[in-house]
Ligand binder design. Structure first.
Ligand code: SIN
Ligand code: CO
Length: 384
């Protein structure tokens, strides 16, 4: 278990002071920090074709980027390169544990846990992110410079690298193992390894209006919803057939707003949309038979802990929860409304003890749901 200390602030004080507002350094946020994986293990992960990774380095003074999977790192030399691996929390539970202390921010805001290994002098170059990020320093030392939010000109240092022009730092620090740098979206930053270094970026993001509308359109299409056409009985004659009148403009706008104001529709879209995984999930192939009810009951009776697959999103809205409705990996789920407490248990916690689950498996609907989820590879038992 990692225990987070926010420079003496409570999570609420941290949110009120810094969240989305200004960057800050949290010295020894994780005291006595021990890396949950080694640089070699990270390099090995980036050899897997299902894992998203990239290498960033300079060749003859020019920025270069290569995308994984990688077979070898031998062409890189001793200095000035960085390996970035996306969504490591999806693959390694011991790394996912590092994001848990940030659960004072809701899961739907979470993006992924990205890791990087930098050789001495390495870094991905000065850039701006659209994310809120907590960059945790693992082994090694890294110098971080962060500039003020504002109009910074960006340019493609390489076709895959959007960099920002040099900036005046408002933060210029050397991070040591266990230190954390929090950066809200829009602040330019640049991290350079002073010695071989591992970094863990716990990222959070929101959606643009475009992404929401695009997601909503997909949702409506998938569920065959909002097919009603606008109606305009009682129309008055026009002398200007070329005009979209103010009334007609309002008719169109209201037709769209009616759909968004339909809380039954919009809340269900919100749940499905926000619970979609952002990166590939490590769904283990199930053997043909899967778990039987006897096995599941037996494992829980033996006290076996249940874990949620890394990166799997399980969410509920208060309005739907009272009806037993919740969302897993982009799909709506329904259990009897009396099961509200166990739905919260599964959605609010990434691991649940057998003791807490045992009373619920006496209810057939829950046992069936649990078996289905285990056999889909979404949850797994300790040691499985
Ligand atoms: C890195 O770890 O090199 C990149 C982190 C970041 O700047 O967002
Ligand atoms: Co960044």
């Amino acid at each position: 278990m990692f225990s987070l200390e926010l420079s003496g602030l409570t999570p609420q004080q941290f949110l009120a002071t810094y969240w989305q507002k200004k960057p800050t350094v949290i010295r020894q946020g994780f005291k006595d920090f021990q890396d949950p994986i080694t640089a070699d293990e990270l390099a090995g992960l980036a050899c897997d074709e299902t894992v998203e990774s990239r290498l960033v380095y300079k060749k003859a003074g020019e920025w270069q980027a290569e995308f994984g999977p990688f077979e070898s790192y031998e062409h890189l030399g001793e200095r000035e390169w960085t390996l970035v691996v996306q969504a490591v929390d999806h693959w390694l539970p011991q790394v996912a544990a590092l994001a848990e202390p940030f659960n004072f921010i809701p899961s739907w805001r979470k993006d992924d846990l990205m890791m990087s290994f930098s050789a001495p002098g390495g870094g991905v170059g000065p850039h701006i992110d659209l994310y809120d990020v907590f960059i945790i320093q693992g082994t090694g030392k890294r110098q971080w410079r962060v500039g003020e939010r504002g109009a910074h000109s960006e340019f493609a240092a390489h076709e895959a690298l959007l960099h920002v022009e040099d900036f005046e730092p408002i933060i210029d620090v050397v991070l040591l193992p266990g230190d954390i740098l929090y950066i809200p979206p829009g602040f330019p930053h640049d991290g350079k390894a002073l010695e071989a270094a591992l970094s863990y970026s716990v990222g959070f993001r929101t959606n643009s209006g475009y992404e929401l509308i695009e997601g909503l359109a997909d949702y409506l299409g998938e569920h065959c919803l909002a097919k009603d056409l606008m109606t305009d009985a009682g129309r008055l004659m026009t002398l200007r057939p070329g005009e979209i009148s103010a009334q007609d403009y309002d008719l169109i706008k209201q037709h769209l707003l009616k759909m968004i104001n339909d809380d039954e529709l919009f809340s269900r879209f919100t749940g499905e949309f926000l619970s979609q995984a952002k990166h590939e999930l490590d769904i283990a192939p199930q053997d043909d038979e899967g778990y039987s009810r006897e096995e599941v009951i037996g494992l829980l009776q033996q006290g076996t802990m249940l874990h949620r697959l890394g990166g799997l999103r399980c969410l509920y809205l208060a309005s739907g929860l009272s009806q037993g409705r919740f969302y897993i990996d982009g799909d709506e789920k329904q259990l009897p409304s009396e099961m509200k407490a166990v739905i919260q248990l599964l959605c609010d916690h990434s691991s649940v003890s057998a003791e807490l689950l045992l009373p619920w498996i006496e209810q057939e609907a829950f046992l069936e749901f649990l078996i289905e989820q285990l056999n889909a590879g979404y949850w797994y038992f300790d040691g499985a």
